[in-house]
Design a protein around this ligand. Sequence first.
Ligand code: BGC
Length: 564
Amino acid sequence: MGQLQQGSKKGAFSRTQPWNMRYRQAAEEAQGSTTARAHDDRVFKASGRITFSVLLACFVGACTGLVFGYDIGIAGGVISYPDFQRRFFPQVLEAHADKDAFCKYNDPLLQLFVSVLFLAGIVGAFLGSFTAKQWGRRPTMMLGGLCFLIGAVLMAPAVHVAMLIIGRVVMGLGVGICVMCGPLFLSELAPYHLRGAFNTQFQLFITIGILVAQCINYGNQNYEWGWRLNLGLAGLPAALLMVGAALVPETPAHLVEVGREEQGRQVLRRIRGAEDVEVELQDIKDAAVAARSTKVNPWRAIFSRKFTPQLVTIVALQVFNQLDGINSIMFYAPQLFDAMGSGRREALMTHVIIGAVNVATTFVAVFTVDSLGRTFWMVEASAHMMACEVIMGVLIALKMDPVTGAIPKDITVGLIVVVCVFIAGHAWGWGPMPWLVCSEVQPMHTRAAGTALATIVNFILTFIIGQCFLSMLCSMRYGVFFFFAGWLAFMGVYTYFLVPETKGVPIDEIEYKFRNHWAWGKLMAKHDAAQEAKVVDDIADDLAAARGTSSCKVDVAKKGKPEM
Ligand code: BGC
């Protein structure tokens, strides 16, 4: 409050300046800084060049996506090993005999094996939000890698379903920590004009992880014990992440936030390959001043009125990341194609083809996200993925034998093509963009908690889809594809109207995109007015206290306390 009142007394603010701009000015004046300036006058100038150091850091940050992707890719393949089913889920083998094609994999325990990882990931993400803020992004990534490694060591030699599930839970903790921290680390290290390209490496590495896992599934399919190797090999990307994280620097934003400004300056110089990094450093310092002045716990702050636009955006985008239906294909494509009569070998091969398309088309996002923007790709993806879902639903409705599940060969080929086009939409739209935007829209104070929240929402939805898709398929049949098509239509409209474009704006300036937005701006202006009333109230309190009376307070108290 102190800084704010000083600013007010100096009369430095105009009534039309946005609330936090005035706040920043006040804070800067209180510190004797000469850098106060109007947001609109800012020229966003990138400092330095792309150095080896920043590329290495980008690679390591993206390895968090690799562990995540490996896990997604391996699950569907592992559960299709007969030896695995016999040992841990014999009821599935028995069910093959008497259930129809839509229902033969509908086993709650089997689905729990796939999805329990995401429940544990929710806890991991929450934990990671604290370690990322207190210890830093780098140690947090190392911790995530370590949990993932321990999980792999527990699962590979599993002899009992409990050992398997415990390993998966520990691995899940690691995945949660990695996924909350990776995009954050990437966004904070990236030069702002290439933040899209840097951050989408996270999604690119997810897809590479998935593809590697699918190839391993395919290559090992004839070995009884192949699933053990698949699960054990998860230790490799985890080890890579741990070693890599030991070699790269902490982000300048975190260093400045915890008061190690000089170290932050040195890291900036190193990753930007330039001596003069003061403009960028000043931005980070501004954000840190604002972050430090907020006494409210980040998790409470995120749910306060002030952050409603960011909160709604994060929740919506992560829900959409899952409700495009991607994981129904990623987790269960081998089961789907097996059910259609392709045979296990062809089904696994199809999974590999889908994985390769996923990797290849993600490059479209990497190369265009900083020019075409984020919302463009999300809207485009909604339209074309919706068309694919409808085509898949119609083809399956008309051509699948409901008892045997068989589909004529030429139709299956057509379906695979449609699935690939569908995958492309996720790869350049609904896959990378939510992760990117969610890591961009939070101010420094709530950034770690915000990316953790994004992970938590994502994992809750992934858990639900992992747990329910096979049951939905069993009960809704081809209707499940129309269900996802409906969501995609809504997602496109929502994004077009309500998601602000964040390309090319420094991460600590993105709040203004919400302030200038036709809908969110109104909401924030309301909050500003309430905050302003609170300042008047507080000043009146101080004056009254100084005069030893309560007369001022009575007047202003009528305004009521604004919500935080
Ligand atoms: C999603 C994952 C999904 C992957 C597929 C990511 O954006 O969060 O759940 O499996 O994309 O590429």
